[in-house]
Design a protein around this ligand. Structure first.
Ligand SMILES: C[S@@+](CC[C@H](N)C(=O)[O-])C[C@H]1O[C@@H](n2cnc3c(N)ncnc32)[C@H](O)[C@@H]1O
Length: 246
């Protein structure tokens, strides 16, 4: 079984059509109008939007394969650095920092989550904004009892029609969801499998973490239409500033 973040070509094929987060992220990047830091930048799916705006862009990620792929894709216009979001120091401050697309869920415990937020806070200028987006934990999804279901509908990969099937197993104690992806190629399940883990964070936990990491939350949205966060919202999108004394 491989790490899902070891195959940039497959990741890009899977996520080619996902653009729902573009408008809100570019809205805040434009508003901040300065250097942008993306945490867990991957192969540069979101980096592209910032680079297209002409803003200085830095992305950090701890997958060597993904950082190399991003450097290759965006040789001009952005920098991509191999760093662990749980503790990093770039010795620079940014006007806009963001961690999108559930990447924050890879902080698998409170210690890592808090350390990650504190590292981000250090990199935010006094006028800067920080955006974080994750999904709301959904019991119907978490407690599927290892049932094989579709994770991503049909996509093209290496000239074949593929589908990503998924099984998950949720541990109540650790609040960690362990996922396995099975690649279906031309209607047949292949031997290619990928794994990853996500810790579930509920809104009340995010409030505590932001407070402990010295962030002031300015906005809480429940989807990419910027509707206020509610109990049944699909997403949690937070826009914060630093409370740190400059
Ligand atoms: C869901 S992908 C998001 C990538 C990209 N931001 C996007 O929107 O397509 C999650 C990313 O988090 C990265 N990641 C996981 N754990 C990390 C860590 N501890 N430090 C930095 N990056 C990490 C993975 O390598 C992967 O690129």
């Amino acid at each position: 079984m491989e790490d899902i973040y070891s195959n940039p070509e497959l990741y890009d094929a899977l996520h080619e059509d996902i653009k729902t987060d573009k408008n809100v992220i570019t809205h805040y990047a434009k508003q901040c109008d300065g250097p942008v830091l993306e945490i867990a930048s991957g192969t540069g799916r979101l980096a592209k939007y910032i680079i297209d705006l002409g803003l200085p862009y830095t992305g950090i990620d701890n997958s060597d394969a993904f950082v190399k792929s991003a450097v290759n894709n965006f040789a001009q216009g952005g920098e991509f650095i191999l760093q662990d979001m749980r503790n990093f120091n770039l010795e620079k401050q940014y006007e806009f920092a963001f961690i999108g697309f559930n990447s924050f869920l890879h902080n698998l415990n409170d210690t890592d989550a808090l350390s990650c937020l504190k590292s981000i806070n250090k990199h935010l200028s006094s006028s800067g904004l920080f955006l974080l987006s994750i999904f709301q934990p959904d019991p119907l999804f978490l407690y599927q009892d290892e049932y094989l279901h579709e994770a991503r509908s049909f996509f093209n990969y290496k000239g074949k029609q593929c589908r990503m099937m998924e099984k998950n197993s949720y541990d109540d104690d650790t609040q960690i969801n362990s996922l396995t992806w099975y690649l279906e190629i031309d209607g047949v399940l292949s031997k290619e499998t990928y794994s990853f883990e996500q810790r579930m964070y509920y809104p009340h936990k995010m409030d505590i973490l932001f407070d402990q990491a010295n962030f002031k939350v300015l906005e809480k949205f429940g989807d990419w239409n910027m509707v206020p966060l509610q109990e049944e919202s699909p997403l949690q999108i937070y826009v914060c500033k630093s409370n740190r004394q400059q």
